[in-house]
Design a binder for this molecule. Structure first.
Ligand code: COA
Length: 251
């Protein structure tokens, strides 16, 4: 893990074959500043490159998963410092793209506020285990700002009407509604979300790695493809897997 910057705001633990990454700014409700996003991206890449890691869990310390982008940092980003503004925006977008592109499955364990960029982060994970206290929402519009890089994935994951309503009202929803919308996978009692996500992740990590990783890769490759292209990709992935299975085991 030498390439992961050691910063207090991101805790990195390894539990068996699962890498647990914990946003660790509880006094700021795990608001994400540039340093934290940088460290998170590096830690995700490092986990994905580690042969001993089969799955990743993303959690937040304290009473919130994450209250989103660090608003205080926005104040340091005046429009005239365009390169810094663009760097910040590109970082958020790259995190959204990175998660589905990782070969290992990533499970978010949420509680309390799951807002704005925090909600987008949870949604970009492959699965979400939510504690009962979780409240999901995009309050940006209420602050007079745009929920920009969080929009495409939300619209892709829930029906357009529900996504639009979440974005334009800025209202939060509870886990029961989030489950109904397909934004999360499970609801667990408060305090059990990390343990439940770790258990789920350990189960995934115990599966044959190649099949698991090929399944994730194909899932996201077909998600945005038209049906004919998706079937072609599925056919190619199947042929590739069968060819690999015919290879004699390496000594
Ligand atoms: N960015 C930076 N700091 C944040 C933050 C954010 N997105 N969200 C919360 N914090 C900080 C607060 O400033 C406060 O810091 P302080 O104790 O040094 O003053 C601390 O976290 C606790 O937040 P507080 O507002 O006191 O908690 P609360 O329980 O009363 O309210 C929220 C919780 C989530 C309703 C409220 O913090 C909030 O509205 N946060 C902004 C959410 C948002 O708009 N996210 C999208 C950002 S683009």
């Amino acid at each position: 893990m030498a390439d992961v910057p050691a910063i207090d705001s991101l805790k990195v633990d390894t539990i068996g074959a699962v890498r647990l990454l914990t946003l660790n700014r509880p006094d700021k409700l795990n608001a994400m500043d540039t340093a934290l996003i940088d460290a998170l991206i590096a830690a995700l890449r490092s986990a994905d490159a580690d042969a001993a890691v089969g799955a990743i869990v993303l959690a937040g310390a304290g009473r919130a998963f994450s209250a989103g982008a660090d608003i205080a940092e926005f104040k340091d980003l005046p429009p005239e410092q365009r390169h810094r503004v663009e760097h910040r925006s590109a970082l958020t977008a790259s995190l959204q793209l990175l998660l589905p592109g990782l070969s290992r499955p990533v499970i978010a364990a949420t509680q309390g506020h799951v807002l704005g960029g925090g909600c987008a982060l949870a949604l970009a994970c492959d699965m979400v285990v939510a504690a009962e206290s979780s409240r999901f929402g995009y309050p940006e519009v209420k602050r007079g700002i745009l929920a920009s890089s969080v929009t495409p994935n939300l619209a892709r994951q829930v029906g357009t009407k529900a996504a639009f309503e979440l974005l334009v009202t800025g209202r939060s929803i509870d886990p029961a509604r989030a489950l109904e919308l397909g934004l999360i996978n499970r609801i667990v009692p408060d305090g059990q979300q990390v343990e439940a996500a770790l258990e789920l992740a350990a189960g995934l990590a115990a599966l044959p790695a190649r099949a698991l990783q090929a399944t994730k890769r194909l899932f996201y490759r077909t998600l945005d493809a038209d049906f004919a292209r998706a079937m072609q990709l599925a056919h190619e992935a199947h042929a590739e897997m069968r060819a690999e299975q015919r290879q004699p085991p390496s000594p």
